[in-house]
Design a protein around this ligand. Structure first.
Ligand code: PPS
Length: 568
């Protein structure tokens, strides 16, 4: 095992001449605009990062991967890499046909010969691959809320890699890394996977791993897609570059991996190992809770802290690289150094700052001690995450028609403008429908589109340090969650449920719409002939029956203060 083989790995690209020819012919093919996740998957398929896959999985391989972590021929492969499409596109395509795969600007990246087309059982995929059909898991949520209903599978013909304009010099294909290791004479290489900024504990862990395995070190962070809410990759790469100087010269390298993570814990660890083997590495670090998705909807961890290590160990020979397992590293004050938590005797002072605590300190502008991180890293993080009171945020009101959303939202807007400091924009339901969504009706599809447009505008406002107040009905939980994820990439999302009962809304009937809805003159009316899914965990719920508007708005202000979003 871990006998290094640096021969080039097969890629799926055709020659320049063939690519030109395929480009000329592709105009006649059904054309699929790839999602950001599919672009990541396609890049690693084409450059051999997902070797031995030759394309998106067909149905037999998919079934076997879901059930047994193996392709139909028995080869170890833990993750379904599938091309999900919507039903409309699927209806245009039959097995045997070629389709064009394009990026979001329409650039042709590949063609695929469709061999399989099927509607997957997503609940089974969630259970088997991610361990539970629970929407608290980001990949399960993606599966049910973002992925199309139909999967297409078949071999891919690579035409060109997706274009990256950022950190070009730091991105390497498996063959480029293999060539680099050959050139440098690196015979053993231990890879470190990460989606977080590196602090001293990580630096110590990777340094020890390299020493223990007598290998060179490859810092191999994921810059494709990570867990929603993670520090963006631009900031992280600047942080990594700062840490790179802390390693002994010429022992360590860094390369960026355009992987779309699934946060699948144990299965993901095995997948990461195979991907690093393909990139020419011989060892792979698996720490505590590798690729963990956080808590499930019962508030428990999805996977045990060392489950990933166990699964990796059981398949080490087949993965083809050696695991360097690590326990949690903590700081021992008396010895002023990091040590694995399980090797520390009783009675010494152990210091540790969790990810949550770090985010709190950044948010509140509190001190981050030198023993925890490098000053350059902290400075970089502070630049992109200023204290919460200086960041943008979104207040998202949801509730039935006539519940009082707009009135409270208006009052809140005025109060925030009185305080000053940040620009405030109100995206009211009716106003949005006039300016942004005038062509939309009230079907589920149209409502979702409407809310996603509001979410998009709010996320841009939040990104640019403004305050967005939204006040649509937003009846669907999944859509509200999608908007939350869009916004939390840039700032806080404060969901306010205006919990006026249907009876009260109907009694008030300020616009006379409930009467018309009851008479059947307005179709698909929320609460009468269309659903409203109540938020289960809003940041705040306001009751309007018997409470004045001013008081409701004040409750929201108090919440914003308690979250540190506005100065008290
Ligand atoms: S949604 O579901 O979030 O897209 O709805 P929204 O954009 O907030 O639009 C709601 C306003 O449109 C009026 N209206 C209806 N509401 C619900 N169902 C039906 N069928 C409907 N038809 C018209 C209604 O006045 C809503 O305004 P508010 O401010 O919520 O009372």
């Amino acid at each position: 095992m871990s006998q290094q083989n640096l021969a080039p790995i097969p890629e799926l690209y055709v020659s320049y001449e063939s690519a030109q020819k395929l480009k000329a012919e592709a105009g006649d093919l059904p054309s699929w605009d790839l999602t950001p996740r599919q672009i990541c998957d396609l890049e690693l398929l084409m450059n051999g990062g997902f070797n031995p896959l030759k394309g998106f999985l067909g149905e037999a391989d998919y079934d076997n991967v879901v059930e047994k972590m193996r392709l139909a021929d028995g080869t170890l492969w833990p993750m379904p890499v599938t091309l999900d499409v919507d039903a409309d596109f699927a209806a245009k395509v039959e097995p045997g046909q070629d389709i064009a795969l394009r990026d979001q600007e329409g650039v042709l990246l590949a063609t695929m010969t469709v061999t399989d087309k099927w509607s997957p059982d997503k609940a089974r995929e969630a259970e088997k691959v991610f361990g539970a059909d629970d929407l608290a898991h980001p990949a399960v949520n993606y599966l049910h809320s973002a992925a199309g209903a139909v999967y297409l599978g078949g071999p891919v013909t690579g035409i060109q890699p997706p274009v990256h304009y950022d950190f070009r010099g730091r991105r390497d294909t498996p063959n480029e890394l293999r060539a680099l290791f050959r050139k440098l004479g690196w015979r053993k290489v231990v890879a470190f996977q990460t989606r977080n900024p590196l602090h001293r504990a990580h630096q110590e862990l990777t340094f020890r791993a390299a020493k223990e395995s007598q290998a060179n070190l490859l810092i191999h962070p994921v810059v494709g897609m990570t867990k929603p809410g993670d520090v963006d990759h631009f900031t992280r790469v600047r942080c990594y570059e700062a840490v790179l100087d802390k390693y002994p010269a010429s022992t360590t390298n860094m390369s960026l991996l355009n992987l779309a993570m699934r946060m699948a814990g144990p299965r993901e660890a095995v997948w990461h190992g195979i991907i690093r083997r393909n990139h020419g590495c011989t060892h792979f670090i698996v720490g505590r809770d590798h690729a963990g998705p956080g808590k499930n909807s019962q508030g428990e961890d999805f996977y045990g802290p060392y489950e990933a290590q166990d699964l990796f160990r059981a398949h080490e020979a087949e993965i083809g690289l050696e695991m360097v397992d690590f326990k949690h590293m903590v700081y021992v004050q008396e010895r002023a150094q990091y040590e694995p938590a399980d090797e520390i005797e009783e009675g010494v002072t152990v210091l540790n700052i969790s990810g949550t605590e770090l985010r709190r300190r950044l948010r509140e502008g509190l001190e981050i001690p030198e023993w925890f991180s490098f000053p350059e890293v902290v400075e970089e993080l502070r630049r992109t995450s200023p204290p919460r009171a200086e960041q943008g945020f979104t207040v998202f009101f949801t509730g039935l028609s006539g519940s009082g959303k707009s009135t409270i939202a208006n009052a809140l807007m005025v109060k925030l403008m009185e305080m000053g400091g940040r620009p405030v924009t109100l995206l009211d339901g009716d106003v949005v429908r006039k300016h942004l969504s005038s062509e939309l009706g009230f079907s589920k599809e149209h409502r979702d589109l409407n809310i996603k447009r509001i979410g998009y505008v709010a996320s841009e406002i939040t990104k640019n340090a403004g305050i967005a107040i939204c006040a649509p009905i937003a009846p669907y939980t999944a859509t509200r969650r999608a908007v939350r994820e869009m916004i939390e990439a840039y700032g806080a999302f404060v969901e306010v449920h205006v919990a006026t009962s249907l009876e009260e809304c109907e009694r008030r009937d300020r616009k006379g719409l409930y009467k018309l809805a009851r008479e059947g003159k307005i179709k698909e009316f929320t609460g009468i002939s269309d659903p409203y899914e109540e938020p289960t965990h809003p940041e705040i719920r306001v009751e309007t029956e018997g409470t004045e508007v001013d008081n409701c708005a004040h409750q929201v202000i108090l919440k914003l203060e308690s979250m540190g979003l506005i100065a008290g």
